[in-house]
Design a protein around this ligand. Structure first.
Ligand SMILES: [Zn+2]
Length: 293
């Protein structure tokens, strides 16, 4: 295949890579905690919970494994965004020294803070299935106050929401890791390479494999995803973006009527037409997180 044809194909695929082997790959990593291997209780994901420190160590190790696999594949610049709870979970001093790290959670773009169209690929690790999923470890979407989120009539969890944000920027999510339910759900939605870190027996119980085995899967999955980068799919839901959000109580929908253009669908459900994915993402974060009473 001539370089010209290859270039055209790459442009049609919307990718920025493929003919820029000499410049470092720019990779964004968002790391949540519920889907980290070796974490079998909710307590391990809470800063006040039993064995939280072990959870932090496991989470940091998984990020480093993915970073190692990226750097073994070739030169790369990597940004890691802490994406769980107060977003102050990773052990920074143990994190690979060649990456930059976003810490703290009062940020408008939450789990995708720092992601822009300069990135060649995004990777999500430690993720969990969307709210209401059966046999899924701590399945939720944003917070326990959300029962369901739909973008242009497709139900998404945090993984699908974040992949939609990446897709609107032309960035493919090439690899994702979490419990088996997440891995299956996310692969079906986006076509990304996924690996399972554990199998949930219920919302609060998981059947674990040793962290060494989880990290072996992570390394293998990251490498495979990078080798297939030129064929990776961009999850672009288009624009405008209709947000539909269903809540656990009627109070939040009551308060959200203050937002001009917010439609009430039923007691628990609101809908809003956003012009762009960026607008949608910022508003969704406000809707489930920054309204409190
Ligand atoms: Zn989380």
């Amino acid at each position: 295949m001539s370089k010209y044809v290859l270039t055209l194909l790459v442009l049609f695929a919307g990718h920025k890579t493929g003919f820029a082997q000499n410049s470092p790959l720019n990779v964004f990593i968002s790391v949540d905690m519920e889907g980290i291997g070796g974490i079998g209780t909710g307590k391990m994901t809470s800063s006040s919970g039993k064995d939280y420190d072990t959870g932090r160590e496991l989470m940091t190790r998984e990020v480093n494994t993915v970073i190692d696999a990226i750097l073994e594949h070739g030169p790369a610049t990597i940004l890691v965004n802490d994406s769980h709870g107060d977003m102050q979970n990773l052990r920074h001093m143990k994190l690979h020294p060649d990456v930059e790290y976003i810490q703290g959670n009062i940020k408008p773009l939450g789990m995708v803070q720092g992601l822009d169209d300069s990135f060649d690929a995004a990777i999500f690790i430690g993720y969990h299935a969307r709210a209401g999923t059966e046999n899924a470890f701590i399945a939720h979407t944003g917070s326990g106050s959300v029962k369901g989120l739909w973008l242009n009539n497709t139900e998404v969890g945090e993984g699908g929401l974040n992949a939609s944000f990446a897709g609107a920027l032309g960035v493919p999510v090439i690899f994702a890791a979490g419990d088996q339910a997440f891995a299956d759900q996310f692969a079906a939605l986006t076509g990304a390479v996924t690996i399972s870190t554990k199998v949930a027996i219920g919302q609060q119980v998981a059947r674990l494999v040793h962290p060494d085995e989880v990290n072996r899967r992570l390394h293998e999955g990251t490498t495979k995803a990078l080798e297939n980068l030129s064929q990776s799919q961009i999850f672009d839901i288009g624009s405008p973006v209709t947000i539909r959000m269903r809540f656990a109580s009627t109070t939040r929908p009551d308060i959200l009527q203050a937002v001009p253009g917010m439609k009430r669908i039923d007691g628990y459900t609101v809908e809003y037409d956003a012009d762009t994915m960026d607008e949608a993402y910022r508003l969704i974060r406000l809707m489930y997180k920054y309204i409190s009473w």
